[in-house]
Design a protein around this ligand. Sequence first.
Ligand SMILES: Nc1ncnc2c1ncn2[C@@H]1O[C@H](COP(=O)(O)OP(=O)(O)OP(=O)(O)O)[C@@H](O)[C@H]1O
Length: 316
Amino acid sequence: MIRTTGLTKSYGSVRAVDGVDLDVRAGDIYGFVGANGSGKTTTVRMLLGLVLATSGQMQVLGEEMPRRRRSVLPRVGALIENPAAYPNLSGRRNLTLLDAAGPGGSRRTRAARVGEALEQVGLAGVGRRPVKQYSLGMRQRLGLAAALMRTPELLILDEPTNGLDPQGILEIRELLLGLHAKGTTVFLSSHLLAEVEQLCDRVGVLDRGRLVLQDQLSAFQQPTGRVLVGTPDPAEAVTVLSGVQNATVLHREGQQLVIEHPDSALLNRLLVEGGVRVSELTTQQMSLEQSVLAVTGASADRVDGPVRSTRTQVTA
Ligand SMILES: Nc1ncnc2c1ncn2[C@@H]1O[C@H](COP(=O)(O)OP(=O)(O)OP(=O)(O)O)[C@@H](O)[C@H]1O
């Protein structure tokens, strides 16, 4: 669906995107994550032919971009940062104009298409209200409605939940999952790792312009080797575990124990056989956030001053 080879964009001496090889497959909900300034928006703009790459190749829907953009872009729904709209016109009117300006799409069915897109994003009730009266979240929903107008095969979304409250984020997540279930491939850039973890099945991590990891979400959620055990018999559990090979109690608080042990099923059996009642047992996994922070550096838009000595000079 999206394949790039050595995709690079330089702004003067700044390599905003540096040799990126993206591989987004049909049916993916792909999370493109990275800190502020890591190059996500620049990549998205190149994929859509809005910014020219300095070097590298791109294929979108199997066709070379930007050379084939006329045949590719009508099949792609896109939302990029701060979607533009005529402020004095209503959302409905904006979408109608957009639909009229694009290729294909019968005029007879235009009103129905616009109505359906507004309904999908939860803006069906905005009526004649001009866009200048919309909240940030409503503008974001309108941008998403514009992306959905032509039932795209591929959705490319840059920070789609920007400006939305938790309820709005949940609604957009459900909308994207519904579209995905109907066959739409979704490529979503975000710096919200918890959000990506709930939605995406494949993840690419950008760090200062470089793609440092690209894999299935499950590969980012490896077991930590720790098991969380809840038991009304914590003292007995500690006694039993003192005789278990490779088991170390790392932490005990109330009825909760954190145990280092490679096999949670075996641990459960040994505890129960030792007469310990186990009310809860969870194999701890890395979160996406922990995995990403382990492979990335400081935020790219962090601007530190000169390194200061920690030694304090005492003057009389
Ligand atoms: N038009 C431009 N001219 C000069 N530098 C630019 C331009 N656009 C982006 N950059 C630089 O490229 C780098 C990547 O920016 P980009 O906006 O792609 O990052 P991002 O990951 O989308 O960040 P954010 O989440 O904050 O939008 C930054 O250092 C930015 O300052």
